[in-house]
Write a protein that binds this ligand. Structure first.
Ligand code: C2O
Ligand code: CU
Length: 571
């Protein structure tokens, strides 16, 4: 009898856990909007900014029919944090996994979300992410499965930065000679809302800005977080900034960090959290403060000399009037250049008990030097002295159909000259462009060491958040100075390194990552700072090439694959 009972329960569970297909029709177009109370053009999805939040449960299939209603630009959307197991053509990286969708055309993304986590999606063609093409993608545990975190409610905060200069003009500046830098953002946005040149904390003397004058319901009015006393809330955070590294704090409240990039981590308590472009986190917040008060939520810039006002919102206890302003000034963002503090924060992140640990040894290794360079006087970023320019034919089609002319088949350098001085401006700053890729065998362990260096001029080294498509990697360690092969490996954490899809490369330092090539496809690995990627700061990995399934024709309508499809359909 016991056995039958188990069989019945199992059948019921598999039934309730059976996957849902969630299907959406999305149209992308520009609209005038006031993200920070000042009007500009933003990219909207179905008239919304940020785009609609996708909420799914693990195991679901997501289908998005994406129509390009822009009049003169191509379009793609990347599902950041989703591994695209078995659907590499749905990754949404223009030039890598698909052709850009032409104006007036529709492309269908179809993929499964196999595990719970906080993710987002964004444009991945030119600098369309900077233009506001992004939204949240949240995956809960499968029905019938128990969420291991305990909370009474949840909020979702998607963080971004916003410029008043239109994106085409920003792109032009970056590719001009001499380069015109985009400068610091005018505003930080929380769920697409910010306040330019005014402050929600103007009543305190530590700001010289006037009080904001928006009305409730305006596009730039902050969303308050309405909470009940003595409850625990899960706050999902994700950063899709073009440039800014951020720090978030909630006045008077501790945060317990529990999830990073869609993976559970060993919980730890903090007063504030650093979050870089491409990262996502969940924090738990318990509403244990005076319930007759409201509290500031602050988001400030770190890692670069800030020239952008802290973004503010309000944690509103329902027991206090919603309009009541907090009684003390907002949390002060930690010093922007206290990199030791930043590194210490990164080093607090360990995988949760029971998470898979990395293989003990690697089979292949890349050491990737990040440098700022010149090509005929144009400013570029390069990896091992190659600045990436993606080819007209997306790699995925070229490798699948063996189109030899699609890109340069010679691998880019797997390391750099070990006598390179990372502490000073490069003596020979010139570099070249390239479109070669790193091809790995299927199912091997790969280590990638990213190595930082000094920029072209002055004594400066910048932060670069590196993001990998198609995989989570283990972050094995961080170090200062030049990575020393044969020595620095001894400092790796092989016991409980966090699994992530984005890792920070700190100034003048290195970061070591490990992953297994278990996902047939072609995967972008790049700095998540939009202008850096635009200036060539990326590489491309390929693996399991003979296991790539049938690529939908609609992903191949450009470059050599277009010709290939026409020939195939004639024969
Ligand atoms: Cu969110 Cu290739 O990036
Ligand atoms: Cu960068």
């Amino acid at each position: 009898m016991g056995v039958w009972w188990i069989v019945v329960v199992a059948a019921v569970l598999t039934h309730t856990a059976s996957a849902t297909v969630r299907e959406y029709d999305w149209e992308v177009e520009y609209k005038f909007w006031q993200p920070d109370c000042k009007e500009g053009a933003v990219m909207t999805i179905n008239g919304q900014f940020p785009g609609p939040t996708i909420k799914a449960v693990a195991g679901d299939t997501i289908v998005v029919h994406l129509t390009n209603k822009l009049t003169t630009e191509g379009l793609v959307i990347h599902w950041h944090g989703i591994r695209q197991l078995g659907s590499p053509w749905a990754d949404g990286a223009a030039g890598v996994t698909q052709c850009a969708i032409n104006p007036g055309e529709t492309f269908t993304y179809k993929f499964t979300v196999e595990k719970p986590g906080t993710h987002f999606y964004h444009g991945h063609y030119g600098m369309q992410r900077s233009a506001g093409l992004y939204g949240s993608l949240i995956v809960d545990v499968a029905k019938g499965q128990r969420e291991r975190l305990r909370y009474d409610g949840e909020f979702n905060l998607l963080l971004s930065d916003w410029w008043h200069e239109p994106i085409p003009s920003q792109e032009l500046g970056l590719s001009s000679k001499p380069m015109r830098w985009i400068g610091e953002a005018q505003s930080i946005l929380i769920n697409g809302r910010g306040q330019f040149n005014c402050s929600l904390a103007a009543q305190f003397s530590n700001t010289s800005l006037p009080m904001c004058t928006f009305k409730e319901g305006d596009q730039c009015a902050p969303q308050k977080l309405n909470v009940e006393p003595n409850k625990t809330y899960r706050i999902r955070l994700a950063s899709t900034t073009a440039l800014a590294s951020l720090n978030l704090a909630v006045q008077g409240h501790k945060l317990v960090v529990v999830e990073a990039d869609g993976n559970y981590i060993t919980p730890f308590i903090t007063d504030d959290i650093d979050i870089y472009s491409g990262e996502s986190y969940s924090v738990l917040l318990t509403t244990d403060q005076d319930p007759s008060q409201n509290y500031y939520i602050s988001v400030g810039v770190r890692g670069r000399k800030p020239n952008t006002t802290q973004a503010l919102s309000i944690l509103n206890y329902v027991t206090a009037p919603a309009s009541k302003l907090p009684s003390s000034p907002p949390p002060v963002t930690p010093r922007w250049d206290d990199f030791e503090r930043s590194k210490n924060f990164s080093k607090k992140i360990f995988s949760a008990m029971g998470s898979p640990s990395p293989p003990k040894k690697y089979r292949k290794r890349l050491i990737l030097l990040n440098t700022q360079n010149l090509i005929d006087g144009y400013t570029k970023w390069a990896i091992n002295n190659v600045s990436l320019v993606t080819p007209a034919t997306p790699y995925l089609g070229s490798v699948k159909y063996n189109l030899k002319l699609g890109f340069n088949r010679k691998s880019p350098p797997r390391s750099y000259r070990m006598d390179y001085d990372i502490m000073n401006p490069p003596p020979f700053p010139n570099t070249t462009t390239g479109n070669g890729i790193y091809v790995f065998p299927f199912n091997v362990t790969v280590d990638v060491i990213i190595q930082n260096a000094n920029v072209l001029k002055g004594v400066v080294s910048e932060i670069h958040p590196w993001h990998l498509h198609g995989h989570d990697f283990w972050v094995l360690g961080y170090g200062d100075g030049k990575f020393k092969p044969g020595i620095d490996e001894k400092t790796y954490n092989l016991k409980n390194p966090p699994l992530r899809n984005t890792a920070i490369l700190y100034p003048y330092g290195w970061t070591a990552l490990r992953f297994v090539t278990d996902n047939p496809g072609v995967w972008f690995f790049h700095c998540h700072i939009e202008p850096h990627l635009h200036m060539g700061m990326g590489v491309v990995f390929a693996e399991g090439l003979n296991r790539i399934g049938k690529i939908p024709d609609e992903a191949l309508g450009c470059g050599l694959t277009k010709q290939f499809l026409m020939n195939r359909n004639h024969n």
